[in-house]
Design a protein around this ligand. Structure first.
Ligand SMILES: Cc1cc2nc3c(=O)[nH]c(=O)nc-3n(C[C@H](O)[C@H](O)[C@H](O)COP(=O)(O)OP(=O)(O)OC[C@H]3O[C@@H](n4cnc5c(N)ncnc54)[C@H](O)[C@@H]3O)c2cc1C
Length: 379
């Protein structure tokens, strides 16, 4: 029996939407060219942190509800509540840390000022706030949990199969051509991360490269996720990683547009250290300058960490949009949908946006998606 919906991409965006559509009884086939969570969805920090934008906080809370639904399922994943220390490393960051904390408090999140005595190690910190109700999860396992839940709801997962192009005739979708042959279907959801533009070039998605270092076991327990007040809001991130002009590439195109010292201890005692953001030419050569930069910043801020072993370092590509918010909804062709561009908040946002997209595709009202229309940048 032919599929009703083909989902392209086995990251958090594709697996969540495959799950939501399958649990509504649709015949779903998901194609992933590599393996589930192979790209950014298995390479990120897994943090669900409160932001200043109320919209992002609302989306994050809805996603948390969905994650909790999946927790008892056959693929367990680590999801733990924590707190975030948002701190200023110097006087220049202090005003921003105060205003961001006040904005987060105004959304209704508990925030308290921290004193120097409370810090877990010697740190360059001139002030900071503890933000409650933060969450951390293991991103690859969480993505696989959605893949498995989709399979159990009847979806077929074809891993190692690349989608070549979407077949369109008379203004509507007819199928997807893949390496394993054509797949006829009534609808296609593009969830291919920063590669979404290979399948639908008019979409405004670019790639924002980010590095993480995995540190060996720390000889202390970090009570919070610690984040330097240097990571921009979503709209600024979006502007900074827009696709470059030819002149910008000609002038040299491997610069960092954002970076912050962020450290999150994992349940076994080791830790993830981040992070950076540079516009990326997606599949071009990626050098080793950025992990050095992340490490330098960490040693400047917390000299006591200098002797901790580095187990691994890797980068992932964030699928960025001009305003830093996802694109979710129907495209100009009937039967064609986008679930992508989740930028730096894919783990925070995709479970919620997938639920709303599945509702919209089933003909239900999904007012939450109004601000995430894929066509909003042309309006
Ligand atoms: C360093 C770093 C730290 C981050 N930290 C956080 C965080 O703490 N919290 C948070 O919420 N977010 C975080 N993010 C962002 C998050 O990782 C992304 O928003 C999210 O993973 C994007 O998911 P995706 O499914 O859209 O894309 P991807 O994970 O890139 O998945 C897309 C998939 O599509 C597949 N694909 C592509 N083309 C095709 C094709 N033609 N046919 C078949 N398959 C195809 C790819 O192989 C890939 O598996 C971070 C990102 C980075 C890089």
């Amino acid at each position: 029996m032919p599929a009703e919906v083909v989902v392209v991409g086995g990251g958090i965006a594709g697996c969540t939407v495959a799950y939501e559509l399958a649990r509504r009884g649709l015949r779903v086939v998901l194609v992933e060219r590599d393996s589930i969570a192979e790209a950014a969805s298995g390479r990120n920090m897994g943090l669900l942190l409160n932001q200043t934008e109320p919209e992002v906080v609302r989306i994050m809370r809805r996603s948390l509800d969905v994650y909790r639904e999946l927790l008892p399922g056959p693929v367990g994943f680590d999801l733990r509540e924590t707190k975030q220390l948002l701190f200023a490393a110097d006087e220049a960051q202090l005003a921003s840390v105060r205003s961001r904390s006040a904005e987060i408090a105004a959304i209704g999140v508990e925030v308290e000022e921290v004193g120097e005595m409370d810090l877990p190690f010697e740190m360059r910190c001139v002030g900071g706030f503890i933000v409650h109700n933060a969450w951390a999860l293991e991103p690859a396992d969480a993505t696989r949990a959605f893949a498995e839940a989709a399979r159990q709801a009847g979806a077929e997962l074809r891993v190692g199969v690349r989608a070549g192009h979407v077949q369109v005739a008379s203004g509507r979708v007819h199928g997807v051509v893949t390496d394993a042959g054509p797949l006829a279907c009534d609808a296609v959801v593009l969830a291919a991360g920063p590669w979404i533009t290979q399948l639908w070039p008019s979409l405004e998605v670019s790639a924002g490269r980010g590095w993480l270092l995995r540190l060996r076991k720390l000889d202390l327990d970090l009570p919070w996720v610690i984040e330097e007040m240097a990571w921009p809001d979503q709209d600024e991130l979006g502007r900074a990683t827009r696709a470059p002009t030819l002149a910008e590439v000609a002038a040299g195109y491997d610069r960092s547009v954002a970076g912050a010292f962020v450290i999150c201890q994992l349940p076994a005692g080791d830790a993830l250290l981040g992070t950076s953001l540079s516009p990326s030419l997606r599949d071009a050569y990626e050098g080793l300058e950025m992990p050095s930069q992340v490490a330098r910043r960490a040693v400047e801020i917390a000299p006591g960490l200098a002797g901790v072993g580095v187990a691994a370092a890797w980068f992932g590509l964030r699928p960025m949009t001009p305003d830093g918010m996802p694109i979710v909804g129907r495209l100009e062709v009937e039967g064609l949908y986008a679930h992508g561009g989740h930028g730096s908040i894919g783990m925070m946002a995709a479970p919620a946006t997938a639920r709303w997209l599945a509702a919209a595709m089933s003909g239900e009202a999904a007012p939450e998606l109004a601000g995430l229309r894929p066509g909003r940048f042309q309006e």
